[in-house]
Each structure stands twice: as C-alpha cells, then as structure tokens.
Design a protein around this ligand. Structure first.
Ligand SMILES: Cc1cc2nc3c(=O)[nH]c(=O)nc-3n(C[C@H](O)[C@H](O)[C@H](O)COP(=O)(O)O)c2cc1C
Length: 350
C-alpha cells in the first residue's frame, strides 16, 4: 500500500505536490443526501492560509476548490467526490538552491533515500500544501458528524512555550495564532517577534475537543479509536507526539487519581479523554498534539549535498515561523475524517 489513502468506509485519497499544477482529494464512501457546497469547503480552507510569517513575500494561495463529481443539486449523491485545488501562487525558483542539498529536519533526505528522486520544489509531497486536500475532505466528513451532532473544536494551547490559560471558544479565530485565550496572544506575538529576529522557528501544542461523540465508536483491538486518532494526527507533518486525555501525566499518577469515577449520567472526571478500551465513552474526547518547529529556517545549519559532501544551508524563500496556526485546521480535519469513518463503521454493526 502506497499510503495515500485514509479510512475504511469513508475513504479519502489525497494527491498532488506543492509545486505541481493542482492537488486534491477523492472521497469514496460518502453517504448520499448530505448538503455540500464549495463555500462549506472554502470556509475551512481559509483557516489554513499562511499565518505566522517569516517573510513578507509568503505564499498567498487563494485556495479555491472545485467539486468535480459526487454532488448534484447541492447534495452528495453517494458516488465518489473529487475535489481539486489549483496551485496558483507557485514560485519554484525560490527552491533552486535545494535541488542538491538536504534541509535539516525536513523530508528531503528521506524522500531521496526512499525513491532516489524527489521534487525539491516546496517540499513536494512532504509539503504542508498537501494538507489543503485533507482540510477539504475534512469539511465533507464534518457533514456526517453534523448529522450526528458531533462538534470538533481545535486551537493552540501553547506556542513557543507560551501557554493559553483559558479556553474561550469564541475568540479562537480572532487572532493570528488560533489561541483561545485573548490574554496569551500578546506574549505569543512577542515570542514570535523575538524568534523572527533570530531567523529561527517555533513549535507548540494543539488541543482538540470533540463534543457530542456517541459512546461505542472504535473497534477492538487494532482499530481502537485512540490508536486511530493518534495515527491520523501523527500523519500530519511536524506532529511529534499525541496525548489522549491525561496522556503522559497519567504515567505519574496513582490509579485512584487517574480513574474517572462513574456516576449516573457519565463520569465525575475525564482523565481518559473520552476513550476507554479504544471505544468512545460519550465523554468529551480530548487530544493534544505536539508540533515541532518549522524545519526550514533562515539560520545557517550544517548539512550535506546529494554526493554526501558537507555544506552549510540558510534556507531562503517563503516559510512560516511556526506550523501553528495553519496546522490547527489540518489536525481538526484528521480528527473529523477518523470520526466520520468510525461512525459509519459503527452504523454497519449496530
Ligand atoms: C500546516 C503546516 C505548515 C508547515 N509549514 C512548513 C514550512 O513553511 N516550512 C517547512 O519547512 N516545513 C513546514 N511544515 C513542516 C513540514 O511539512 C514537516 O516538518 C516535514 O514534512 C517533515 O516531516 P516531520 O516533521 O513530520 O518529520 C509545515 C507543516 C504543516 C502541517
């Protein structure tokens, strides 16, 4: 399996490279009679526009989507949905210097090792540009979730070591960091400015909360819901860790501290993050994703060229300081795709 397809019943294949003419997704297995418009998809795509920029000339994609199939009279028909997004703002010459040198921290070295050839322009298929297709497909998945009353919220809880201390869902998209705490925004901005001056980059933590997820989603034993969510979110470039509920903190607690007591109508706490034995419990699903700093940095670093000779590299061209906030809708999309697939799988047996 070449690894470009996600899901069992709600199946999404993404295709395309950063600097090719277009990219897109083909969705097979979407139920019929869901309302779906270009506007639904473009609203989500707008959230992954270039954000915390290092250079004034950062790539500006209009991110217009065309629905080529599977929708008639504003409704899904049950046939494959094909989505295409054209790459319009392509400046491939910015990447000429990367043709025969490997960027530390990026996929250049491993793509070359695996395939013996690579499209060096913009990171090719390892580029975040591919994630536009996931976000588009995620907007379709949300239509299935809407029908079941499932809401997915995602936001930045940490950027460059600055943490959000409260979660005001209404303020997430009011600031350049998708931060739910208006009081943390200024400190995040200051940290970004500081690092911009160093020609360096920043990581952070994205949190996802799923409300209204019915109990029973997740399949024993290899397709547990937590395993599937972790795999889905880790499939996003730059994600280096996934926690469900208390995550790593659970390793330092007593059982009596970590268990969530059952009470009539639910649980007294939610350290499990809404999943027990790989099956959703009906409690809120809580997931944290650790996002590493952007690998392409203007600061000089040691590397090698195609012949293995030592080189130094200070990456030019258009790169953000952090994958945050653009990664927030991407992680949200992967959670949506996972839940839509598991909802359909549960429907098949219950
Ligand atoms: C939304 C998003 C935006 C990103 N933007 C950039 C970028 O501008 N420059 C860059 O070098 N890497 C960027 N990345 C990270 C690389 O895609 C990623 O680090 C690379 O593919 C290597 O994969 P790994 O970090 O998972 O090992 C971005 C990732 C995401 C998800």
């Amino acid at each position: 399996m070449a690894g470009n397809t996600f899901g069992r019943l709600f199946r999404v294949t993404t295709w395309g490279e950063s600097h090719g003419p277009a990219l897109g997704a083909v969705i097979d297995g979407c139920p019929p009679r869901l309302s779906l418009s270009v506007a639904d998809i473009e609203a989500e795509l707008a959230r992954r526009r270039p954000g915390v920029q290092a250079h004034a000339t950062s790539r500006r994609e209009p991110d217009k989507v065309e629905i080529l199939s599977g929708v008639f009279d504003g409704q899904t028909t049950g046939t494959p949905i094909s989505l295409i997004i054209y790459n319009r703002d392509v400046k491939s010459q910015d990447y000429d210097e990367l043709r025969d040198v490997f960027r530390p921290g990026h996929g250049d070295f491993t793509y070359q090792a695996k395939y013996g050839i690579r499209d060096h322009r913009g990171g090719g298929r390892a580029s975040a540009r591919e994630t536009a297709a996931r976000v588009a497909a995620g907007a379709v998945a949300q239509k299935i979730l809407d029908r079941e009353g499932v809401q997915v919220l995602a936001y930045t809880i940490e950027l460059g070591g600055v943490a959000a201390r409260k979660i005001d869902a209404s303020s997430i998209w009011d600031n350049p960091f998708a931060c739910p705490d208006p009081e943390a925004v200024a400190a995040m901005e200051a940290r970004v400015q500081e690092v911009r001056g160093l020609h360096d980059s920043l990581g952070g933590v994205v949190q996802v909360r799923v409300r209204g997820c019915p109990p029973g989603l997740g399949e024993p034993v290899f397709d547990k819901l937590d395993a599937a969510l972790a795999g889905a979110v880790m499939s996003v470039g730059a994600v280096k860790g996934v926690e469900i509920g208390a995550g790593f903190a659970a390793a330092r607690r007593l059982g009596s501290e970590n268990n969530d007591p059952l009470i009539p109508g639910g649980f007294a706490s939610n350290h499990a993050g809404g999943i027990l034995a790989g099956i959703s419990s009906g409690a809120e699903i809580i997931l944290n994703a650790a996002v590493k700093p952007i690998p392409s940095i203007g600061r000089e670093q040691q590397t090698i060229d195609l012949e293995g000779r030592p080189r130094t590299l200070a990456v030019k061209g258009r790169h953000d300081i952090s994958a945050i906030p653009r990664i927030v809708p991407v992680i949200m999309a992967m959670v949506r795709l996972t839940l839509a697939d598991f909802l359909l799988r549960q429907r098949a047996i219950a």
